[in-house]
Design a protein around this ligand. Sequence first.
Ligand code: GLU
Length: 332
Amino acid sequence: MYKFLNRFVLSLLVGTCFVGVNGLSAHMAEAKTTFVTIGTGGITGVYYPTGGAIAKIINDRQDTLGIKATAEATGASVFNINAVGTGDLDFGIAQADRQYQAYEGLSEWSGKPVKDLRAMFSLAPEMVTLVVAEDSGIKKIEDVKGKVINIGNPGSGNRQNAIDIFDAIKIDYKKDFRAEGIKAADAPRMMQDSRIDGFFYTVGHPNGNIKEATAGLRKARIISIPEIPALLESFPYYSVGYIDMASYPEATNAAEGKIPTVSMKATLVTNAAVSEEVVYNVTKAVFESIEELKALHPALADLTKEGMLEGLTAPLHPGSERYYREVGLIKD
Ligand code: GLU
C-alpha cells in the first residue's frame, strides 16, 4: 500500500511539473510512467552493474515503454527474493539455486515458500569464489579449519553455498573455523586489514570485488573447489564452473589458468502481481538489446538468448512467456 501511494504521489508530482512546463499532452504521457525498482547486490559485484545495465536499457526506451527503472544496491539474492515476494521490489537478481529454494520452500524459506515468485530470464554464470590471504597458509578448502572466514551476510546467496560445500566435505562451519557474516562489499578491505583470513563470494567474473581483494598489499590467492560428488548429487542446481585467473593477474596463483569451482546462473525474478504488460516490455527490451547488455559488463559477454532461458525453476511470468513464444524461443 505504502509503495502504491508512493508511486501515485511520484506520478502526480512528475505530472504536475509537466503540466506547468509543457501543457496537458505531456502531462498525460508522463502520468502513464510506471516506476520500477530492480534489486541487485553490493556495488563491487556483478549484480549491481547488471541491474544498472537493465535499467539503462529500459530508461533509454522510456518514451515508448512508459517505464522508468532504478537499480538499487542490496544485500543480494535472499534479500531480493524476499523483497520481490513482499512487493517492495518489482524485480530482483537472484542465484538460480536461491530461486529454486524460495519457490519450493527450502533453506531460508523452509515452511514459507515464496509462491508469488516468478522467473523472467537468467543472466551470467556465477562461481563460488573463495579468496584467501597468502599469509593465512590456506592452500586448499580444508585448510580453513581454525581460521576466520567470511561466508556472507544472511541476505546473500553465497552464504548457503559455503554452508552446502562445508556440509558436503564434512567441515562444521559453526565449530571448525570462525564463520563471519559480513557483506561481500566489505570483505576485501577486512581481509586487507587482517581481520579475516579469507571470504566466500558467489559472483560472476571478472568483478571489482575480487580485483580489490587480490590487488592489495596483503597478497591473496583464489582457492579451487574441485568437483565434490556429494554436493552435485544432492543439489541439481549446482554444476562445475571455472574462474579464469587471467582476470586477476595480481593474485599469487594467477598462473594457474582456469580454476574449477561450484557454479550456477544468476537470474532475474519478479512477482506474479507485476503486470504482464510491464514484464513483457522489460523482457522484450532486454532481449532486443542483448548485444548492448553484453557490452555493458565483461561478465555478461557470453550471454545467449537460448542460454537466458536456462536455470529458471519458479514458474515463468506470463509477460516473459508471451515474449518467448512470440519470438519462438519457446515452442509447442
Ligand atoms: N551471488 C551473490 C549473492 O546473491 C551476489 C553477486 C553479485 O552481487 O554480483 O549473494
